[in-house]
Write a protein that binds this ligand. Structure first.
Ligand code: ZN
Length: 158
């Protein structure tokens, strides 16, 4: 059984490729990050059926993750600009650099803030090997975790 874990892609690799956090097989996004006309997010995983937006408005949390990304990128860009140009008299160079960096990296931030949210800040979306690859064929789609928990509640009442 332990040997089997080697066949699964790592968490970082799956996150980088934008794979579903539960099955690491289905794609979370329609196109690549560079395809700015078709890089939207899918509602659910095409492979295991996981609904990515866990609850309404869940992706608002990704804005905070995106904020952290942007701050880190701007600090890096400004420090790099200072090291390369040694400019300490005019703020306009830094303002322009900040605008360019934010606009150029917007698709990256939008995508990977959601990926980081689902992979590292949503414990209920952990990797489940039974959904990986072709394993999905053995599963019964009618039993999602929600209906399972409801069934258990019903049995308790009954
Ligand atoms: Zn999936």
């Amino acid at each position: 059984m332990n040997n089997k874990t080697n066949i699964y892609p790592s968490k970082w690799k799956s996150a980088k490729q934008g794979k579903c956090p539960r099955c690491r097989t289905g794609d979370m996004f329609n196109g690549s990050v560079l395809n700015i006309f078709n890089n939207g997010m899918k509602k659910e995983c095409p492979h295991c059926g996981l609904r990515f937006e866990k609850e309404p408005g869940y992706f608002y949390v990704a804005m905070f993750v995106s904020y952290v990304f942007v701050v880190a990128e701007l600090i890096t860009a400004c420090v790099a600009t200072y090291i390369l140009t040694g400019n300490d008299s005019s703020p306009w160079l830094y303002v322009v650099i900040c605008f360019v960096v934010v606009i150029l990296l917007a698709p990256f931030n939008g995508r990977y803030s959601r990926v980081a949210l689902l992979y590292w800040l949503t414990p209920s979306f952990g990797f489940n090997p039974k959904y990986f690859g072709e394993n999905i064929k053995q599963l019964d789609f009618s039993l999602s975790t929600d209906t399972e928990s409801k069934d258990i509640e019903m049995q308790d009442i009954g």
